[in-house]
Structures are given as structure tokens and as C-alpha cells.
Design a protein around this ligand. Structure first.
Ligand SMILES: Cc1ncc(COP(=O)(O)O)c(C=O)c1O
Length: 352
């Protein structure tokens, strides 16, 4: 079985080449964001940031009322807040709160669970990465406090059926929440947010790092009913979202055309990559996100190292459960995807 690391190792700081390894917007954010940042006044930087207006803008974008939104310093912070709120053992209790994590998963879930003092209950993947609904339901115990889902999933790009989320939310213990990480929801065009009024024990996580290209500014949101959301909200430092992120997210959300053009390119990029995989005889999983998981096989290390030597960074996912021989490649800007495909093709076919 694949061994799981106990702590998160950040990918190496690679900024010289083409970054297809962290699911980022490789062209950069909307120019309107840069203009908004340039307009910041000195006093806006010297005062603690105001959140009312930006929370209203984000709530409108997400289709909920502002009391259902907690802005966070990147969704990573939101996930840690959920872990701290729900996975801390109660003082004096011998019971260890459990987090169910269907694998392969965004690694942060298991690390944050460990930091909070909880126990990870991994659910091993189906061979085709179809969502393991029955297995997740079977993993629920009276100690379950969080079920971590990502829709569409990272690193596979495979969707979680909304009906599975409904079923799981109905079955978890009364004190538990289902956390639905929707970091890639803009690419999928599907969200659990409209269902939240019927599921007060579900918290949805969103980020502006991916489709909106604000990863370095660090801003995301937790969305849910106040009774589920507030314990996590209280675990977030008071002024954790800075003023640059506050103005940037409003400018980014206003530039709808920029988003649409990126979504169009992501779609075209995925079609190009699928065609390349078919040409090369590589297994891939059709993705609802801005990246694709590809099974290279025994030569995965050679491809990743060879691509890096050619200035293209790809993400090795071969140590994740079910992902033997796999890498993940960002499929955003078409020109960048073509370059990624080019180097993979060159490495795999060049030597034959
Ligand atoms: C599934 C998932 N959730 C959360 C995040 C982190 O988002 P943020 O940049 O907002 O912290 C990522 C980033 O890669 C992700 O893939």
C-alpha cells in the first residue's frame, strides 16, 4: 500500500519555468486586479481592513446571504479552521474525533486533521476513481466529526455526485459536518451551495486562487449555515484577510469576461491533452477541473525530471493512493498546455 506522509511538504519553489504543477492560472490575474491594487491609499494599508462590503460582494457572487460567508486567508486557512473547530478532542474525553477522507485526496485534509488532534479514516479509491459512496457511508462511526469531500476532486478531476453528498450529509452523526471543497467549482459549473438551506450540516469551501488567479493574495471563503459555520469562523484569526486581497477579489469578480475567457481556454486545453493522451496510449481521467491526472506508468519520474529540465513543471502524484505512475498537469492557458504536451511527447517518443 502507498505510505502516507505525516506532514505537508510544500512543492519546491520553482518559478523560472512554466508552472503546470499547482493548478494555478498561468497567465496571471485580471489586469483590473492590478489596477485596484495600485489605487490602494496609504491609509487603507495602515488601518485594519474592513470586511462588510467585500463579504457582501462575495455573498452575492455565491448566491447566499452575508451571514453565511466567512472570508479566509486562502481556503487552506478555512480547512484548518474546520479541523480545529470539529476535530479537536474534547477535554477529558478518551474519544478521538474522526475525519473521513476519500482517497486520493487533497493532502491538506490529513495534515490538518492530525494538527487538530483528530484521526484520519481514509477510504481507498475505486479503480476508476468513481466516488466511493458506499465505502464512505460504511466508514461513518459515532466519532465521525468531518467528512472531507472535494468536488471536483483533486488530483483526479473526477466529480462527486451531488446525490452522494446529500446521502452522506443525512447519515453523519448530529455533531458532524460534511466539508465540500469546491476549489475548482468554477470549472465544473456545479456547486452544492444552492442545497445548503436543506443541509445545515454542510460547509462548502471556495477559493479565488484558481479560476480568478489570486493564489498569492490568499483569499477564499467558507459557506454554510451559521450553526455549522460559526465554530470554524471563530477559529480564524480576526484580521486574517488583508486589504490587498479585499480589493483584489472585488476587482476580479467584476471582470466576468476575463473569467469566461479562462474557462474557455481550460476547456480547449483539456480537449488537446485528451487527444495527446490518446495518441500516446496514456490513460487519463476526464476532468471537471483545470488539471488532468495522467497515468504515465514506469516512466513517470523520467517525464517529470525531463520536463523540469526543459522548464516545465508537472506534479508527481504517483505516491498518492490509486495513482501509481501518475502525474498531474495543469490545463489552463492553451499555449501553455501545448508546451506541456510537447515536452511529454518529446520525452516519451524522443528516445524510441
Ligand atoms: C482541493 C483544494 N482545496 C484547497 C486548495 C487551497 O486553496 P487556497 O489557495 O485558497 O488556499 C487547493 C489548492 O490547490 C485545492 O486543490
Amino acid at each position: 500500500m502507498t505510505s502516507l506522509k505525516a506532514h505537508y511538504e510544500k512543492p519546491a519553489e520553482l518559478y523560472e519555468g512554466l508552472r503546470l504543477h499547482q493548478n494555478e492560472h498561468t497567465l496571471g490575474c485580471s489586469p483590473r486586479v492590478i489596477e485596484a491594487l495600485a489605487r490602494l491609499r496609504p491609509d487603507e494599508i495602515s488601518f485594519y481592513p474592513p470586511y462588510t462590503a467585500v463579504t457582501e460582494v462575495c455573498a452575492r457572487y455565491l448566491g447566499v446571504s452575508p451571514d453565511r460567508v466567512a472570508l479566509v486567508n486562502g481556503l487552506d486557512e478555512g480547512i484548518m479552521a474546520v479541523a480545529i473547530a470539529y476535530l479537536r478532542p474534547a477535554a477529558g474525553s478518551p474519544l478521538v474525533p474522526e475525519a473521513i477522507v476519500p482517497e486520493p485526496a487533497f493532502e491538506i485534509f490529513r495534515f490538518d486533521t492530525a494538527v487538530a488532534g483528530g484521526r484520519v479514516v481514509p477510504v481507498m479509491p475505486q479503480p476508476d476513481f468513481r466516488f466511493a459512496e458506499e465505502e464512505v457511508l460504511a466508514a461513518i462511526t459515532p466519532q465521525t466529526r468531518v467528512v472531507f469531500l472535494t468536488n471536483p476532486n483533486n488530483p483526479t478531476g473526477v466529480p462527486v455526485p451531488l446525490d452522494a453528498i446529500r446521502t452522506i450529509a443525512r447519515r453523519v452523526p448530529r455533531d458532524a459536518v460534511v466539508f465540500v471543497d469546491e476549489a475548482y467549482a468554477e470549472f465544473a459549473g456545479r456547486s452544492f451551495i444552492p442545497e445548503l438551506p436543506s443541509f445545515p450540516n454542510v460547509i462548502v469551501g471556495r477559493t479565488f486562487s484558481k479560476a480568478y488567479g489570486l493564489a498569492a493574495l490568499r483569499i477564499g471563503a467558507l459557506v454554510g449555515a451559521p450553526e455549522a459555520l460559526d465554530p470554524a469562523r471563530y477559529a480564524v484569526p480576526v484580521y486574517s484577510v488583508n486589504i490587498a486581497a479585499v480589493v483584489a477579489v472585488q476587482a476580479a469578480l467584476a471582470d466576468v469576461e476575463y473569467l469566461h475567457e479562462y474557462l474557455r481556454q481550460v476547456k480547449e486545453s483539456k480537449a488537446l491533452l485528451y487527444a495527446a493522451c490518446q495518441r500516446l496510449g496514456l490513460t487519463y481521467w476526464p476532468s471537471d477541473a483545470n488539471f488532468v491526472l495522467v497515468r504515465i506508468g514506469d516512466r513517470v519520474g523520467e517525464v517529470i525530471d525531463g520536463a523540469r529540465a526543459r522548464g516545465v513543471y508537472l506534479r508527481d502524484r504517483s505516491a498518492e493512493p490509486g495513482c501509481e505512475g501518475c502525474l498531474r498537469i495543469g490545463t489552463g492557458i492553451v499555449e501553455h498546455t501545448r508546451r506541456g504536451i510537447g515536452v511529454i511527447e518529446e520525452i516519451l517518443c524522443g528516445g524510441r
